[in-house]
Design a protein around this ligand. Structure first.
Ligand code: G3I
Length: 361
């Protein structure tokens, strides 16, 4: 006699089938690149890059084009590289990046027009300028650079790291502040807007991620600029962090929300999570959690439009040169193998997409 399958056997088949399907679906999803997933989440996922490495390292180029939809110039769009001598502009290295971004259909971010001594050539910092002369230097630089990249750069960091809440006047004592005064910031944004009225203009800084003195000062700066009619469209939070502590996700979220209330985009512009040597598996896992936490906040914040890393492979990072005893801050190792941080970003993007799909049905 033929046995008729009972409902429980049906159920078992169903469970096994669903299990197999789910495993398959998981695997096929997990081959999606960060770029594909972030695109579906309407998010820019980016990395700071250098043309020197781009030229000589095909794995670098391939990984970059596969995993990211935005690039930032780590150094070659800074003042001292673009205009090493007065009136002598050197656009070649930056043009290489812009061309790569165009070929690979990526967004180009410009970093940065005005910084303090680190990004500014000696002929500017050591010059004996009157206020009017230095304003003219700034105008010439910004006009020439922004016009050169018009239509090719979507966002500019117009002013980088101008605020110092520890100073009584609240500003970093750069040549710009010393000779022009605090309104150099307004002027820089105005000049950039004159040169390209369509480009989106950001103020970029470190240590302003959580609610506190520095982020309050950034918020007040942006609010004041808006009141004075100065074009500003976004704030960049650099986010060079370690595995523990700063910034707490809730704090970061509240900070992004209040900038959003001013109508400003927030971008995570320079994220890396440095590890103290010796690097252990536990630290690498904790690093993955930090990358995940920050991304989660960005995805949950409607005005957070970009999640950008300061590099992407441990083969090329500013960290060991600047922080003695720290290393391995990025999401690919030196052989371009994805680290747990890569997978935590991938999972977070996938989970976000699943939740959004559920919500839209
Ligand atoms: O290219 C020269 C090389 O020819 C020379 O042999 C070598 C000797 O030291 O120096 C090389 O230049 C270095 C350059 O990085 C490229 O590696 C400079 O000395 C060094 O000062 C420069 O550091 C950069 C730093 O900004 C200062 O401009 C870092 O790469 C870059 O990651 C860092 O980026 C900044 C952001 O712009 C703003 N936010 C903080 C972030 C980290 O400091």
């Amino acid at each position: 006699m033929k046995r008729i399958p009972t409902p429980s056997i049906f159920l078992s088949f169903l469970i096994i089938f669903c299990g197999i399907w789910h495993t398959y679906a998981d695997q096929s999803d997990s081959t999606a690149s960060l770029r594909e997933l972030a695109g579906k989440c309407d998010l820019y996922i980016g990395a700071a890059v250098t043309p020197e490495r781009m030229q000589r390292d095909s794995q670098y180029r391939e990984t970059l084009a596969r995993e990211f939809n935005l690039i930032t110039a780590e150094n070659v769009m800074k003042f001292h590289i673009l205009q090493p001598q007065r009136g002598k502009f050197n656009f070649a290295p930056a043009d290489q990046l812009v061309e790569f971004a165009r070929e690979q259909n990526m967004v180009q971010r410009g970093h940065s027009l005005i910084w303090h001594h680190m990004g500014t050539p000696d002929w500017v910092t050591k010059g004996d300028w009157t206020r009017e002369e230095l304003i003219e230097v700034m105008r010439e630089h910004i006009h020439t650079v922004v016009r050169h990249f018009k239509g090719k750069v979507k966002y500019w960091d117009v002013v980088n790291e101008a605020i110092d809440p520890e100073k009584s006047h609240g500003f970093h004592e750069s040549v710009w502040y010393r000779i022009i005064g605090a309104d150099y910031i307004d002027l820089a944004f105005q000049f950039a807007h004159e040169a390209d009225p369509d480009v989106l203009l950001c103020y970029n800084d470190f240590g302003g991620e959580r609610l506190g003195k520095k982020s309050d000062a950034i918020f007040e700066l942006a609010k004041g600029m808006q009141k004075r009619g100065i074009p500003i469209h976004g704030v960049g939070l650099q986010m060079h962090i370690r595995t523990h502590g700063y910034p707490e996700p809730e704090d970061l979220k509240a900070n992004i929300a209040r900038l959003g209330e001013l109508g400003l985009q927030t971008q995570i512009t320079e994220l890396d999570v440095r590890l103290q040597e010796p690097v252990t598996q536990e630290k690498i896992e904790r690093q993955a959690e930090r990358y995940q936490e920050i991304l989660q906040v960005c995805l949950e914040s409607p005005t957070c439009t970009a999640y950008i890393l300061w590099g992407f492979t441990d083969k090329s990072s500013w960290i060991p040169g600047f922080f003695k005893g720290y290393n391995d801050a990025l999401i690919f190792n030196r052989e371009y193998q994805p680290k747990p941080a890569y997978f935590s970003i991938q999972r977070t993007l996938m989970n976000h997409l699943q939740k959004e799909n559920v919500r839209s049905h």
